[in-house]
Ligand binder design. Structure first.
Ligand code: NAD
Ligand code: MN
Length: 503
């Protein structure tokens, strides 16, 4: 089936999508729209109402009202849990359409989109369960005092998300926040707003009351910034680039909002001499080329022990060249499109800078020509060798299908190179020596360490960074704490009245 036929057969595909504010599908205040394109073909997918500051204000007031005077946070936990399960089952019933819509909006390959929609569903199921066990504590106190804590929802949350995993990022944000009783205003990326809007509609259908989930696609600099500075917003949860994260943290400090940041990365992938060669080659390929390299935890720095370097790299490059770029809806496609021309230019700029610095291109190295998809945005899976650690291509996040490969001579050097970065999100270790895996895992400064494993993001598993990759953990139980305040209640139960002033 061609992408055009799929566009026509997807039931969630419309020509126009609304904002969701206070339980209603609405136009933007000035009628402005965003056009969203299919990155695989360059074709228009749909127009979307583009939120303005006035719309953001309406959304904040709706979220505030729902939180301050609404019923959602007062529901028994079981009832909120049930609504989260309803959201998941409606998503499941529209699985195929959600996958197709996500592919149309992002150009990602079928398997990639399927996995991400599945995970978004599981996130709601996970938090439907997790919330039931989320509770305060009873603490030992001296004398006749009693202390317990309550976990109270933090309030109105602005949730700003990027374009690389639209539905998954929306689920990571919405599910834990509403599970604890917060209200949210989600600002999807302008390039990929469609599945977040549909998810907002599904929340309403599933029984989330009006105002609890609001979706306002619009400009980051306008709507995102407005939400970050709004005095009636209690928390900002942001996933995106490190510079914008820093800007948000500064601005949110004005009103001392709670902030969690999931930012960029430049994650190391360490292959030791005793690693299973095939498993480490395949896992390393996936680690960088999954989602066309547009992943915050992409293992974009590949370090291989000198004893196996030649053999490993030969296999790695051979397989890189076999990766199929093509119709994202085809099962056989490994690598999908790049989000837009701007991102292709960014990627190509990095590759050109590496060449100018004297690096060697072992595979790829330029925008890809994909037959039948000439109007789209594509980049060849690229392997760069002969680099040094000061090069931009080694230190900066590229956010594309580009990996740099380097040698190391021992464990100590591997750790030193792995940590020589301002980021600290993901990392991977390939070795059959369990003691070494533990030693290296302990030394790596990153929020995630994958041992003989290419996957890290699964519901229940903490996801987040060290250093300039941000702070806060998503996708796990701990996330619930980050959407709550702890209230400590101290009481006295002695029979003699207290007389602290001694009068
Ligand atoms: P981006 O920072 O440009 O944009 C992210 C979001 O922030 C978008 O919705 C954007 O509109 C909004 N925004 C932009 N300027 C803003 C401002 N001044 N105030 C408030 N909001 C603003 O990032 P992107 O290009 O969409 O996404 C790619 C980046 O996201 C990469 O750096 C990647 O590493 C990071 N990322 C991190 C994770 C993680 O979990 N750590 C996951 C996915 C992506
Ligand atoms: Mn799009």
């Amino acid at each position: 089936m061609s992408t055009q036929q799929i566009v026509e057969s997807t039931s969630l595909k419309r020509d126009y999508y609304h904002l969701i504010i206070n339980g209603e599908k609405v136009e933007s205040s000035n009628g402005a729209t965003i056009k969203t394109y299919n990155p695989a073909t360059g074709e228009l997918v749909a127009e979307v109402a583009k939120a303005t500051k006035e719309d953001a204000e309406r959304a904040v007031l709706a979220a505030r009202e729902a939180f301050d005077h609404g019923k959602w946070r007062k529901y028994p936990i079981n009832r909120r849990s049930q609504v989260l399960n309803n959201i998941a089952s409606i998503m499941r019933s529209r699985f195929k359409e959600l996958v197709e819509l996500e592919i149309l909006d992002t150009g990602k390959s079928l398997d990639t989109a399927k996995g991400q929609v599945s995970q978004a569903i599981e996130d709601f199921e996970f938090y439907a369960g997790a919330i039931v066990g989320h509770r305060g504590t009873v603490n030992n106190m001296p004398g006749q005092f009693h202390n317990y804590t309550e976990k109270e929802p933090v309030g109105v949350c602005a949730q700003i998300i990027p374009w690389n995993y639209p539905i998954m990022m929306a689920a990571w944000k919405i599910a834990p926040a509403i599970a604890v009783g917060c209200s949210v205003i989600v600002k999807p990326a302008s390039l990929t707003p469609l599945t977040a809007i549909i998810l907002g509609e599904i929340c309403l259908e599933a029984g989330v009351p009006a105002g609890v989930v609001n979706i306002v696609p619009g400009s980051g600099a306008e709507v995102g910034d407005y939400l970050v500075q709004h005095p009636k917003v209690n928390k900002v949860a942001f996933t995106g680039s490190t510079p914008i994260g820093k800007d948000i943290m500064g601005k949110a400090s004005e009103t001392l909002k709670r902030v969690t940041l999931e930012l960029g990365g430049k994650s190391p992938n360490l292959v030791f001499e005793d690693a299973d060669l095939d498993a480490s080659v395949d896992g390393s390929l996936y680690g960088i080329f999954y989602n066309s390299g547009q992943s915050c935890e992409a293992r974009s720095r590949l370090y291989v022990h000198e004893d196996i370097y030649d053999e490993f790299i030969q296999k790695f490059v051979e397989k890189t060249k076999k990766l199929v770029l093509g119709n994202p809806f085809d099962k056989g496609t490994h690598v999908g499109a790049i989000i837009d021309q701007g991102q292709v230019d960014v990627i190509d700029g990095y590759v050109k800078s590496a060449i100018a610095d004297g690096a060697e291109i072992l595979a790829g190295g330029k925008p890809a020509a994909v037959k039948g998809f000439e109007g789209g945005y594509w980049y060849e899976p690229t392997v760069i060798a002969n680099v040094n650690h000061e090069m931009k291509v080694v230190q900066e996040e590229i956010f594309g299908p580009v990996v740099v490969v380097m040698k190391f001579k021992d464990e100590k050097e591997a750790i030193k190179l792995a940590n020589d970065t301002e980021f600290g999100l993901g990392s991977a270790i390939w070795t059959k020596d369990g003691a070494r895996a533990t030693r290296v895992a302990n030394e790596i400064q990153a929020g995630i360490v994958m041992v003989n494993c290419p996957f890290s993001a699964m519901p229940g598993t903490p996801f987040g960074g060290y250093k300039q990759s941000g702070f806060g953990r998503e996708l796990c139980i701990e996330t619930l704490d980050l959407y709550t305040e702890t209230k400590s209640i101290v009481s006295y139960y002695g029979s003699r009245p207290l007389n602290p002033m001694g009068l």
